[in-house]
Write a protein that binds this ligand. Structure first.
Ligand code: SAM
Length: 284
């Protein structure tokens, strides 16, 4: 095997062609062959950038003999660039089997990073992005869809789903049922395209928007759901430090003022501190 050859995983735009990277163009130009999810679809992109590298289809569902042929090309020293119809290959797109086999055979696998709908959507949603769970597409069948949603109903991370126009209303209805009508959701549609829209609402509000505006169920969409927040229990105790601070403030100030200053110092809710102050006033 040629020691410098590799399988390149090349991200392509998810709408705006300006989002392709120079490195992606160079890699596609230099590759011996391009493995594409849909050769006709990719032909337009390649033509736009004047890339005339040979293109052949690759599907994860192809029979094993097909995947083996791609592996053979790599083993014979060819540089193969894998692309999908849009965005990053393997992210709800084909490629996993080939990447796994290539790595098992000691062939270099090199990502050429770029557009990816899940990352673009989350980066502009205004939902917590420090921890998130990418859930891909929900199952089409109702029972399987509900059980998948049930499994993440109390996950505190932001949940991210891919969805298609013909299933969006069913999926949002199911989510509203499992997550509750008041949970916050952001639906990002047609990212980087002319009709790019971010709708931020509760599930109840979003259902109403989708019912009344047919344009909102067109195109490609990413649904992001705020993670589960456990309801505050009545009588929840405060931390020792906050209780000590409140005790000092209550010695010097009226309760309302103590709660207001305590809230500023600790980040706790003013109402919660006031309630605690009232409950603990006589004991001190
Ligand atoms: N590999 C792609 C990626 O990196 O994002 C995803 C491919 S998956 C087959 C297609 C789904 O991605 C769509 O149904 C939609 O959920 C999401 N998607 C792709 N492009 C999008 C866009 N421009 N705006 C919003 N969602 C998009």
């Amino acid at each position: 095997m040629n020691s410098t050859n590799a399988l390149y995983i090349v991200a392509t735009p998810i709408g705006n062609l300006g989002d392709i990277s120079q490195r992606a163009i160079d890699t596609l130009n230099k590759a011996d062959i391009i493995a594409a999810e849909d050769t006709r679809h990719s032909a337009k992109l390649l033509q736009h950038f004047g890339i005339d590298t040979r293109v052949l289809p690759y599907h994860d569902h192809s029979n094993e003999a097909q995947t083996a042929k791609w592996l053979q090309r790599l083993q014979q020293g060819e540089n193969v660039a894998l692309i999908s119809d849009a965005g990053t290959p393997l992210i709800s797109d084909p490629g996993y089997r080939l990447v796994r086999l290539a790595r098992e055979q000691g062939i270099a696998v090199i990502p050429i990073p770029g557009a990816c709908a899940v990352v673009a959507a989350l980066s502009a949603a205004g939902l917590p992005s420090d921890r998130f769970s990418f859930e891909g597409f929900l199952p089409a069948k109702n029972t399987a869809r509900f059980s998948r949603l049930d499994a993440v109903a109390t996950d505190s991370r932001t949940l991210i789903f891919y969805e298609s126009p013909h299933r969006i209303q069913d999926s949002i209805t199911a989510m509203a049922e499992v997550f509750g009508p008041d949970r916050q959701v952001v639906m990002a549609r047609e990212i980087s395209k002319t009709y790019e829209t971010f709708l931020s609402a509760t599930f109840a509000e979003l259902l109403q928007i989708l019912d009344t505006d047919p344009n909102q169920v067109r195109g490609e969409m990413v649904v992001m759901v705020q993670g589960y927040v456990a309801p505050e229990k009545e009588g929840d105790t405060l931390s020792d430090d906050v209780e000590k601070m409140m005790a000092v403030l209550m010695d010097e100030l009226p309760l309302k003022q103590a709660a207001a200053i305590g809230a500023k110092l600790s980040g706790e809710k003013k109402n919660r501190l006031y309630k605690w102050a009232v409950e603990n006033k006589t004991e001190r």
